[in-house]
Design a protein. Sequence first.
Length: 125
Amino acid sequence: MTPVPHPLMILVAGPYRSGTGDDPAKLDAHVRAMNATALALFRAGHLPVTGEALALPLIETAGSTGPGDPAFQEIFHPVAERLLARCDAVLRIGGASEGADRMVEAARAGGLAVYTGIDDIPAVR
């Protein structure tokens, strides 16, 4: 794979609520998985981002009482969609996730690269 001349801004898209029953420990495990992947991307020279890192503090500030409530619905997916518009690529991780799959579809529709493994991402020169 040809190296890229500068770091790519890559959205890490994976499950957040899927399969959790909104259990806080399971939600946290999904965030930790995305953060661990983001760290690996950072160490590979790229700029990783997650929608959760931006959306969850806003959702809390908006007074959300839990996943799926009106404040959550107002902010969670729209933040990821706006963030994706600024990214160079998406890295899809984890299991089933309607939201992550929507990010992949939007990325492809916008002509962005979609990766399914860190080893598929070009190195930075």
